[in-house]
Design a binder for this molecule. Structure first.
Ligand code: SF4
Length: 884
């Protein structure tokens, strides 16, 4: 139970869907009564209270750069959409929405586009996250339903994690798995091209070639058949298509053939197959590494095929399990937020069902066919076919593949509306910007990866004139002439309609929450987390699992095996592009950092973007750890600092997807990423773009402190790091520093002021400048031609936090005769207690610590949210191999 003034709500970050208890002041703790997390929170969830600063929030509607009244803004959006539809037809408009929206927001947007505008051009950024799982589920089960529940991960004897860095991307679920493993000895197989934090708990790591998952699971299906492990009676009674799937899998009928396509050792493949065959309670959990692929849907079905063959589905501790990325990706799937679904799990392949949706909505123009999926949608914008687009709660200018082309498309579009909480690289391209309520102010529901619907309750008032998304969409719909169809007083009305529709069209589909259709406002407000289906009378399926009785949602009630012949990634490496670029998430950042990138505590885990590279490749290229490297693909170029990581495979590199032009000169890595996508799901191949690398020699290094956030630009690398008193910028130049007169102008540009204190040693190429305002440091710049010569960042931060005079500053900037080599203190591993990797290493060496528990007892690291435990174990493993 919460205390007075506390509100039970849901974390805004990932598909685990943890319950939190929050106060208006921003105190946040895990909800012990929420079944997803039982009180646990990860590092991001723990820092949620620090995102409540409203200083960067959008407060008023804005048109063409100037403020505008809400009424005028809504009138203008309605008019421009109406005029565009009248002149060019309904397919000339589009909505691009987000897994950050609540189900109620999503429902109204989908209803407006697909029932009233008459187009299906609404797609969600969940297209980038789990569209392949949706497609795979529909192909196999006849419906987009996740069969399992979180308890299955705790009740399994074997957990196979495919393309899932669970430790960083779904940390609380990972922690649940670790606890279960400690008590029941669960075996864990990690299938991922690179060693990740999750690999620390792997009994077997299979670092397969990018995109070869289908081959591995086809080989498994063939092996299960060969070894007599197929449950033929169950397969005959409950499935179709086994022989065709087996025939396709037989191309991988030998372990040698699988070894060739996957690059794995035959002995490792054999071990995995033997474990899978021998372990009835097996869960195969998969995430973006499976979905974000030009063969993503086939990967999903190749996994499901193996579970169907062994009848391991819908039973305790067994089944295929898609883990979603965003907090409400699943809610978007429920309402039809994907362009290829109509609503409430009804697709576009059943005219009678489509007509039922139309009747329920009293809709004048139900979209007759699927709309454009994300990549196609923005291509259509660029080609001038879509002339008005409304982007809600997402930042495609940074997050979509070929981000440069997305920006061109939006620049060319006659009318772009963006509703969001903050300015982003996408709002910069909008004609109309609408201020949206943020997670702490929103009222509605979200659904997590195990189909559990939780209330998101507001605990603060929106600042300025910010409004909920459902309200904006409803107001526009009314202004477009559909007042009666959008009568909502609040989110409870919308949720009840959504629930009623699910019962009206889904008598035979699992997604049916009609038991919640009659909730009063009070009952909706009190609603406890509940897993669907929820039938009238609140009858649940007993265990919450689906398909355990062998009954599926296909027309004949039988699951479908899908033949999944293996094919390599869409673009292969070539002589001039010998590396494969993989992109993904890191532990403490979210999406394009619009929320997490301003929190200094979260930035300490990884302060700058990076390119992970194997030591052999780094050696061949001549790049050193921390040095600059130019990465180029067919779509763009950027310069990043490289991190040499033995867990990366030779020929493959990894870069995080979070940083944008606001945070780093390298800009979004998605500018470099291919737009190749899965032919069934439309999900882009975000993890396999051919690339070439070249070292970029550094001519000088710099450290800039300012109290403004604007990223400096020039022939140098710059990365912005928020600190308490302002911002630190790490600088690396690849051209010589300007000569004297020009240097003064260069310095003045960076400092934002021409006069100030200067200390220089031209012989050694050291320059230090500072300017003050009202007795405080306003800006400081340190430049050095040599790798050493920059001050410790902490000293600069301390300087910025105290009162200073020019004389004091001169003293502080003084260049010592002997400059100590700068030793990097390394990243902060435990962000809750600010414990650095270097401190942990030192303690292991000096104090002989040998377990995570001992490190926790000595340094505190790992004892708060626990998200850093995998990294502490990784350091322990590396350090304890070092001879004393
Ligand atoms: Fe939030 Fe996900 Fe962390 Fe839970 S695991 S606290 S939902 S980010």
């Amino acid at each position: 139970m919460g205390r007075v003034n506390e509100t039970r709500t849901t974390c805004a970050y990932c598909g685990v869907g943890c319950g939190i208890i929050a106060s208006p002041k921003g105190d946040v703790r895990g909800d012990p009564d929420h079944p997803a997390n039982h009180g646990r929170l990860c590092s991001k969830g723990t820092a949620l209270g620090e995102t409540l600063d409203n200083s960067r929030r959008l407060l008023r509607p804005r048109m063409d750069g100037g403020n505008i009244a809400w009424d005028d803004a809504l009138d203008e959006v309605a008019r421009r959409f109406t005029d565009t539809i009248a002149a060019h037809g309904p397919d000339a408009v589009a909505f691009y929405v987000s897994g950050q929206l609540l189900t109620e927001d999503y429902y109204v947007a989908n209803k407006l586009m697909k029932g009233f505008i008459g187009s299906a051009n609404i797609d969600t950024n969940s297209r980038l996250c789990m569209a392949s799982s949706v497609a795979g589920h529909i192909r196999a089960f006849g419906d987009d339903s996740v069969p399992g529940v979180y308890e299955d991960l705790e009740q399994a004897d074997l957990v196979v994690l495919v393309g899932s860095n669970l430790a960083w991307c779904h940390p609380v679920l990972y922690q649940r798995l670790v606890v279960a493993r400690e008590s029941r000895g669960t075996r864990i197989v990690v299938i991922d091209p690179r060693r990740t934090a999750t690999s620390e708990i792997a009994d077997l790591q299979l670092s397969l070639k990018p995109g070869s998952d289908v081959s591995l699971f086809n080989g498994l299906l063939a092996y299960l058949h060969r070894e007599g492990c197929v449950d033929h009676a169950w397969v005959a009674k409950h499935t179709d298509g086994f022989q065709d799937a087996l025939a396709a899998a037989e191309a991988m009928s030998t372990i040698a053939a699988v070894a060739k396509t996957t690059g794995l050792a035959a002995s490792d493949i054999k071990t995995f197959y033997e474990w899978f065959a021998a372990t009835e309670r097996t869960v195969t959990a998969f995430s973006q590494g499976v979905n974000q692929s030009s063969a993503g849907t086939d990967k999903v079905n190749a996994i499901i095929n193996c579970h169907l063959a062994t009848a391991r589905i819908g039973q305790p501790g067994m089944g295929p399990f898609s883990i979603t990325g965003q907090p409400n990706a699943m809610g978007g799937r429920e309402v039809g937020g994907l362009a290829n679904q109509l609503a409430a799990h009804v697709g576009f392949d059943d005219a009678a069902q489509m007509a039922r949706v139309g009747r329920f909505w009293s809709a004048p123009a139900v979209a007759p066919r699927p709309g454009l999926k994300a990549i196609e949608m923005f291509d259509a914008v660029r080609e001038g076919k879509i002339k008005a687009i409304w982007i809600m709660a997402t930042n495609p200018a940074d997050s979509l593949p070929r981000a440069g082309l997305i920006r061109e498309a939006l620049k060319a579009c006659p009318f772009v509306v963006v509703s969001d909480c903050w300015d982003t690289d996408t709002t910069a391209l909008a004609h109309m910007v609408l201020p949206a309520a943020a997670w702490s102010e929103k009222d509605g529901t979200v659904t997590n990866s195990e189909r559990r619907i939780s209330r998101q309750r507001p605990f603060r008032m929106p600042p300025g004139e910010a409004k909920p998304d459902w309200w904006m969409i409803t107001e526009v719909a009314r202004r477009m002439g559909w007042t009666d169809a959008f009568p909502y007083r609040g989110p409870a009305d919308i949720f009840c309609e959504h629930a009623a529709l699910s019962g009206y069209v889904n008598e035979n589909r699992p997604f049916n929450i009609s038991g919640l259709a009659g909730l009063s406002d009070e009952a909706y407000d009190r609603m406890e987390p509940v897993r669907w289906p929820v039938l009238p009378g609140h009858a649940h399926t007993g265990s919450g699992r689906l398909f355990g009785d062998g009954e599926f949602a296909t027309d004949n009630g039988r699951a479908r095996f899908i033949a999944t012949p293996w094919r390599p990634p869409a673009d292969s490496t070539r002589r001039d592009m010998p590396f494969m670029l993989n992109t993904g998430r890191i532990r403490d950042q979210w999406h394009t950092m619009t929320r997490t990138g301003e929190i200094s505590r979260l930035m300490t885990h990884r302060e700058e973007p990076f390119l992970e590279i194997h030591p052999d490749d780094a050696g061949k290229l001549g790049v050193e750890d921390g040095g600059l490297v130019r990465a180029a693909t067919a779509h763009g170029t950027c310069i990043l600092r490289c991190e040499i990581v033995p867990g990366q495979k030779p020929g493959e590199v990894f870069a995080p997807m979070h940083w944008s032009d606001r945070f780093c000169s390298s800009g979004p890595i998605n500018r470099l990423v291919t737009a190749a996508h899965d032919p069934v799901s439309g999900q882009p191949e975000l993890k396999a773009t051919p690339a070439r690398l070249a070292p970029v020699p550094t001519m000088w290094r710099g450290l800039l402190f300012t109290n403004t956030d604007a990223l400096p630009s020039g022939p140098f690398y710059a990365a912005r790091i928020p600190v308490a008193a302002g911002y630190i910028f790490e600088l690396r130049g690849w051209e010589p520093l300007p000569k004297e007169g020009d240097l003064a102008a260069f310095v003045a540009t960076l400092l934002g002021k021409a006069d100030g204190v200067a200390v220089q040693d031209l012989t050694r190429g050291l320059h230090r400048f500072a300017v003050t305002a009202r007795g405080h440091l306003q800006a400081a710049l340190f430049l050095s031609k040599a790798p050493e010569g920059l001050p410790e960042r902490e000293k600069v931060i301390a300087l910025a936090e105290q009162s200073v005079t020019d004389d004091f500053l001169m003293d502080q900037l003084a260049i010592p005769t002997i400059i100590p080599a700068k030793v990097s203190p390394g990243p902060i591993v435990c962000t809750c207690l600010s414990v650095r990797a270097s401190t942990i290493r030192q303690a292991i060496r000096d104090k002989g610590l040998r377990t995570c528990k001992e490190i926790g007892a000595t340094l505190g690291a790992g004892t708060s949210c626990g998200s850093c435990v995998p990294e502490i174990n990784c350091i322990l493993r590396a350090e304890t191999l070092i001879p004393a």
